[in-house]
Structures are given as C-alpha cells and as structure tokens.
Design a protein around this ligand. Sequence first.
Ligand SMILES: [Zn+2]
Length: 455
Amino acid sequence: MIDITMIKFAVLADCFHCPVKGEFAFNIDWLLLIDHQGDIAATYQPQHPEYADLLATFKRNDSLQVIPKGEYLLPGLVDLHCHAPQWPQAGKGLDLPLYDWLQNYTFPLENRYSDNDFAANVYQDVTKTLLANGTTSAVYFASIHRQSTELLAQTCLNVGQRAFVGKVNMDNSDQCPAYYCEPSVTQAIDDTELFVNNVFELAGNQSRLVHPVITPRFVPSCTSELLQQLGGLVQRYDLHMQTHCSESDWARDYSIQHYGVSDVTIYADMGLLNNKSILAHSIFLNQADIEKINQFKAGIGHCPLSNMYFANAAMPTRELLDHGVQIGLGSDIAGAPSPSIFRASFDAVSHSRVREEGVDIYLPASKRGTANARISFVEAFWMATVGGGQVLDAKVGLFEQGYHFDAIVIKANSAIGNLRIWPEFDSAKDILEKIITLAQPENVAKVWVQGNAVI
Ligand SMILES: [Zn+2]
C-alpha cells in the first residue's frame, strides 16, 4: 500500500493519453495520486485491489478532486516554439516572405522590448493566453533584451507555467538592422551568461519550473564566433538550446552559401546540439541531417500553420516520425496566428493530408501527391504531449509514475463553444478527435502545472 502521507491530492477522472506513439489509452475512472512535489506518485485502475480503499481514504480526507462525467483529463500541451514578443502581431502581417516579414514587421516590434513596462504587459497576456489554451509547457523566444527576457521568465513563474525561455542572440550586422543587433560577441555572451544565472536564481525557481535556453535566432542573424561561443555555454552549463533550422529556401540557401553545409551540421559543429535542443521547423533536412539529429537526441518543433506561409514547402512529418526523430509541435506565434496547440495538432494532420493528396489539379491523381504521407490525429496528439516532452527531455506529456502532474480538463458541451460530444454516436477515439479539432479555451476548465492548479 502506498504511503498516504506522501500524497498531496488525488484526481478521479476519465483520462486520455498516448503511452505508445500512434495509439491512445482511454482510462475510465482512473485514480491518479499526486505527491507533494507535484509529481505523479501512482495511478490506479478501478479493478486494482487497493482502488476502493484509496478512493474512500482520499474522499474522507477531502483531498479527492472528482472530474465530472463529460469532462476529460488530458496531459497538458507542449508548445515548442513561441515568440512571446510577437504576440501583438499575431493574426496579421502574413503577406510577406520570411526575410521581409522579419525586417518590416518583426524586428521593429521586438525592439520595443527594451521597454520593460511594455514587455510586462505583453508577457503577462501571452503566458496567460497560452495557459488558457491548455499549454502547460512553453518554449519561448524573447528578444535580445536581457532585462525584459528575465521579466518573461519571472512572469512564467508568477502565472505557474512550465517554461523554457531564451534571450535572443543576433549580431550579424549584414542581416540585422542597426537598431536591433548585439553590439559585440563579448557583450552578447556576457549578457546571455548573466541571463542564465539570473533565471536559475529567480525567487521561486528552486524546482526549476523555468529554464534558461540558449537562443541563437538562426544562422543568418549570427556570426560564426557568436554561434561558437553560445555552443560553449550550452556545453558548460548543459543547457537547452532553441533555434530555427532550415526553415525556408532562403534560410537553407544562406547556410549553404556561407558555410557550405546545412544548418544541422553548423549547429552540431558549433557545439549547440544536445539532447535538449529544439530545432524549430527543420523543413529542408537531408538524410545526414536526420541521422545527426537522432545521434544527438535533439528534437524538432513542427509548426505546420507557419510553414504554410514561410517554409516554401511541407514538412515530411510522416517520414520523420517513422525515422524515430523526436518531434513535437509549436504555435510559432506570430509566424502563425493561433496560440493553441490543439490547433497546431489539427494543422499538422491537415498539412500531411495535403501533402499526401497533392495540390496540382492538372496532374493525374496518381501523380499529384506523396503516397502514405498522412499522419493520424492520435499521432498529432502524441506530438503535442509526449513528443514535446521528449524534445525537452522533461517528464511531461504522460500520466505515468514519476511524470510531473501537468494536466488539463476538457469540458465538452458547454453553453458556449464548438465541442459537442454525442454519447450515442461518439466512441472514445471520436471524443479525442473532437477534442483535438474543436476544443477552444472555453473548454479548458482546469489546468494544473507541477500539481498546482493555475486555472
Ligand atoms: Zn520562429
């Protein structure tokens, strides 16, 4: 029998999660025990011999949270790629290609974050919005400004979101506007190292709910000296690293022209890759890139909606999953407008289906698309939860002993909202598919991060 004094509370719920890639489990009346650290201590099915006694004990102690029927417990969602300072730009400005979009819209906005008051306002809003959409773990690019990036890290702690926050590094004066460019490699590195230590030492961050992330924006915006020294920080502190990888024709070609090799090789050579590296997009990968990503146990943040606007091509998600590449999903605010990882899951499926069917009506159906390119809704949900956790090397995305209790409750059939479940017609698989495709913030009834109720 489990030691009850170790348990902070128990949850009784109908639960979905994906212990196996491509499959889901639906556990009715599951009992999850959460310890005082906010981790899952144990799970019990109703047929377990100790189930009834445990249930009675937690009811008696008033430490049982019962999730009503018609509501479902899911692992919290993981957003592997979100530009927090671009939140005011979400939903507009998608009319330009990547280079022009950065220069005309994004860099002027990001430069506003030298103003801490402006930053505080936006960062409070974006972190709360992501939580309201069910995102319990978020990986944020901030801006080049150390102080307001620390403010973002502090805001994540305050709202109770698990977060991976990076001060952006960009020092290539050929590519960055003069007003938004690090003055020197030395200053960029000193600032970044100070940022890393300050995040570790934030009041309330003893359990490392918020992690600093080394964040070279991408190859074109950084000099090779800066990339190299950032790689040194990754190695010295064993840190997470996030960047953009082979996102578009232009970005891919820039690396080939300037380094003669692909982004993945550049990042590996600079010491930037490890088992906690998040390579956003990663559209134009060759076989050697894929093998190198697997060799380092690095991972990809797939941002399907953003890819439609900026990537010039579609990610071969099916093939990457089949190659065992660690892959999760990203919103890519504001390269795409939606802060929802349910939406990213839906888009990942649609993206793969368009790729499978093809688009050119002048080709015969047999030659139009790429056979067997589709992914399933369950695979998309796996990426949104388990896959994201794997990329981060974090114990999130599953309801298993030892995992952090990061969870959301989805309420169907609420007065306002699109998610309708018809018990007579909907199987468990149908319900999960409907949640992925139709759930909105109004359906996210409760959110826990590390065992703390934050919504
Ligand atoms: Zn991005």
